[in-house]
Design a protein around this ligand. Structure first.
Ligand code: NMN
Length: 333
């Protein structure tokens, strides 16, 4: 039903149903690393909930999936870590028109057209890495954004993450842990041979492999990582997102070098088209492109909501075979 034709009662009913359904999907995805539905289905229900809640804000509850990051409860056995700065999610859009609208809002708030840094959206799970005097001392998952899980011992088995930086600095950096496509294929083949349930996708395989109490299992899983963010840019003397990526690389941290700085929105379309066609050829899964305001002081001016920064947006690729199915989803239940 189009939002405009809903009665208040119908909207309340549908919002409650969507909140419950998305919460259940979230538990399966974030806590059990075993999703119940494909991401594009989750995304479609989520987008519908965002639309309804915007129209009927009186039914937004504090525990709505739109108001909470991740939702993962700390896995029993893993210690809790309080994040010094919250780990947020990302807003997403599914068309170039919506991307254009995001740019217009951003430009209006800033008062000028921002430079953007484009990055590939790696299909993995977020991790925070704390280095003290250049030594890796702690690694944690995002969890609910405020409290994550301590996965330090697990992360220390990942070869691409340095235990020592090239400079003795103290900094918390964040990035994505992922499982390369080849490792994912090998792992699932082995699991099937062993009579185990295969992982649904590389993202869930990465999450399931990292969140292990037995570190020996993580070590066998061939995980890798890319670092893309720090909440302490002053610690490395950078003023732009693209500059931060260069500094991370110089410090010995793994970075994805497919990023590109653009000055006009027209260049976004070309980048998206390029990676929509090249994604098959990459060694790791990507599910979209992230557009980030490049100047860090502009990022601060834009700020964030309870869940997402206003200075970045994810453009998600259409699902590979199932575009038409999205339109056929039965919304009301
Ligand atoms: O966890 P955040 O950063 O909010 O990212 C959300 C991503 O996780 C989206 O890509 C979404 O599609 C995915 N997700 C999928 C499910 C699922 O059931 N397939 C559940 C929750 C999130």
């Amino acid at each position: 039903t189009p939002v405009n034709n809903l009665t208040t009662q119908m909207a309340q009913q549908e919002i409650a149903t969507l909140q419950k359904r998305l919460t259940d999907y979230g538990v399966a995805y974030y806590e059990e690393d075993a999703p119940l539905v494909e991401d594009y289905i989750y995304d479609a229900f989520y987008a519908r909930l965002v639309l309804l809640e915007a129209q009927f804000p009186q039914f937004v509850t504090p525990d709505s999936p739109t108001q909470n990051v991740g939702g993962a409860k700390v896995k029993s056995g893993l210690a809790k870590v309080v994040h010094p700065a919250p780990m947020l999610s990302l807003g997403d859009v599914f068309s170039l028109e919506e991307l254009q609208e995001w740019d217009e809002r951003t430009t209006k708030t800033l008062g000028f057209q921002s430079e953007y840094n484009l990055e590939l959206k790696i299909d993995g799970l977020a991790v925070a890495l704390t280095y003290v005097d250049g030594k890796l001392v702690q690694a944690s998952t995002r969890g609910n954004g405020s409290i994550g899980e301590d996965v330090t011992a697990n992360v220390k088995t990942i070869r691409s993450i340095p235990q020592t930086l090239t400079e003795p600095i103290t900094i918390e950096v964040r990035g994505e842990i992922y499982m390369p496509k080849s490792s994912f294929a090998t792992l699932n083949k082995q699991r099937e041979a062993d009579g185990l349930e295969p992982f649904a996708n590389p993202r869930n395989a990465a999450a399931g492999s990292l969140r292990q109490l037995n570190v020996a299992i993580t070590k066998k899983r061939e995980l890798s990582a890319f670092v893309y963010y720090t909440a302490d840019p002053d610690a490395i003397g950078v003023t732009t997102q693209s500059g931060a990526l260069e500094r991370f690389a110089a410090l010995g941290l793994p970075t994805d070098d497919h990023n590109r700085v653009i000055a006009t929105m027209a260049d976004i379309d070309a980048y998206i088209a390029e990676y929509t066609s090249q994604r098959e050829r990459l060694a790791y899964g990507i599910d979209g492109v992230v557009v980030k305001v490049n100047q860090l002081d502009n990022q601060l001016d834009l700020g964030h909501t309870v869940k997402i920064p206003r200075w970045a947006i994810a453009y998600k690729f259409p699902p590979e075979e199932a575009l038409t199915v999205v339109r056929d989803i039965e919304w009301t239940v």
